[in-house]
Design a protein around this ligand. Structure first.
Ligand SMILES: Cc1cc2nc3c(=O)[nH]c(=O)nc-3n(C[C@H](O)[C@H](O)[C@H](O)COP(=O)(O)O)c2cc1C
Length: 362
């Protein structure tokens, strides 16, 4: 037990965070023309600048990495300029912000891909479910398995995205290695049946993540790079035969970089774990040598408990932050909390985005 809680400041590499309340990454499908952020997005993020750290919505590193309408990219100069408007607004409001780097892999659809191409993945395994296209939901297609020789090019796309994120004025980047997107598709054996050096045992399945980490650390320095993982989240039709073994290996490899943090979408009681121990936050505390962000379903009491027990250093909040732009002050005062409007989570304009009232104005 310690006296540290969610309101305690924290030194995170070169950054001084005033509190440990992190805004979790949230896709909101409100980018403008050319999938570039605009003034509305800058207002939304600046409203949330009292977070110890903001992590942006997932942001595609290349046109091939796109999987949903209206998500922002970080591959064009128009997008870099748009994001610069966002980071300037967040900094002017006293905040700090990382960009979440994203490639959706098989969670796309030919209608979203350049030249109508098939989405790419570690293996040609179609996920069960539907893609969100510009014309509504469509069944996922069987993706094309990447050739071994193509993988270096995707690592380069991550490097390029990371470099653009610096030009756009971010304070760092987070690799989206969670929730069934491309990096996670390589990590978990339900989506990766490769027989080359990127498939097979856990070390081979972690190789894609490690090569990307190396490239991105080369652009930013390790102290400004975080990684997000979701060891048991079945979202996007994901599974692994032994998540404890898979993620102990991945984290063991990541340890050598000295990264800013590891961000874990923690196991839910209903997540399937066919073999091995449940890789919960204590498991990551044991295996990870660095700052740890816990996530999923936290309220103030649970967040303080996990920090006081020494199991996490920070906690991220998604839905609570979406609906409460001034979440840290609401935590300090014990509420009240605005209810989230789920109809406006994905897509639309200011309604359900920048119009959640600050405390005292409800
Ligand atoms: C609207 C919405 C969009 C999300 N988009 C992302 C995303 O872009 N990247 C990501 O890693 N997780 C994303 N998530 C997952 C959240 O970051 C978080 O893990 C999840 O909501 C659980 O946290 P919570 O209980 O505090 O809401 C999203 C969640 C929501 C509700």
């Amino acid at each position: 037990m310690t006296n540290i809680d969610i309101f305690s400041p924290l030194r995170l590499g070169p950054l001084q965070l005033p509190n440990r309340v992190v805004m979790a990454p949230m896709t909101r499908n409100r980018a403008g023309r050319g999938n570039a952020p605009g003034p509305l997005n800058a207002t939304y993020y600046a409203q949330r600048a009292s977070a110890g750290l903001i992590i942006s919505e997932a942001t595609q590193i290349s046109p091939q990495g796109l999987g949903y309408p209206g998500t922002p990219g970080i591959h064009s100069s128009e997008q870099v300029a748009g994001w610069k408007g966002v980071t300037d607004a967040v900094h002017a409001a006293g905040g700090r912000m990382f960009l979440q780097l994203w490639h959706v892999g098989r969670i796309s659809h030919p209608s979203l891909q350049p030249h109508g191409a098939l989405p790419v993945a570690p293996s040609a395994i179609a996920p069960t479910g539907q893609a969100m296209t510009a014309d509504g939901m469509k069944p996922f297609v069987t993706p094309r398995a990447l050739e071994t020789s193509e993988i270096a090019g995707i690592v380069e796309d991550y490097r390029h995205g990371a470099r653009n994120a610096r030009a756009a004025g971010f304070d760092g980047v987070e690799l989206h290695g969670a929730n069934g997107y491309l990096i996670d598709q390589f990590l978990r054996d339900g989506a990766n049946r490769r027989t080359d050096r990127y498939g097979g045992d856990a070390l081979n399945r972690a190789r894609f993540l490690i090569e990307i980490t190396e490239a991105v650390v080369g652009e930013w320095g390790a102290e400004r790079v975080g990684v997000r993982l979701s060891p048991t989240n079945p979202f996007n039709d994901m599974r692994d035969s032994n998540p404890a073994a898979t993620f102990a290996t991945a984290v063991g490899e990541l340890n050598r970089f000295g990264l800013a943090y590891l961000h874990v979408v923690e196991p839910a009681a209903s997540d399937p774990v066919p073999a091995g121990e449940v890789p919960d936050i204590r498991f990551f505390r044991k295996h990870w040598r660095g700052a740890l962000i816990g996530n999923k379903g936290y309220d103030l009491a649970r967040a303080n408990a996990v920090i006081r027990d020494g199991c996490a250093d920070l906690v991220s909040f998604a839905v609570l932050f979406l609906a409460n732009p001034d979440l840290p002050i609401r935590f300090r005062r014990g509420g009240p909390f605005n209810p989230p409007d789920r109809k406006t989570f994905y897509g639309g304009a200011a309604a359900g985005y920048t119009d959640y009232p600050p405390i005292g104005a409800e």
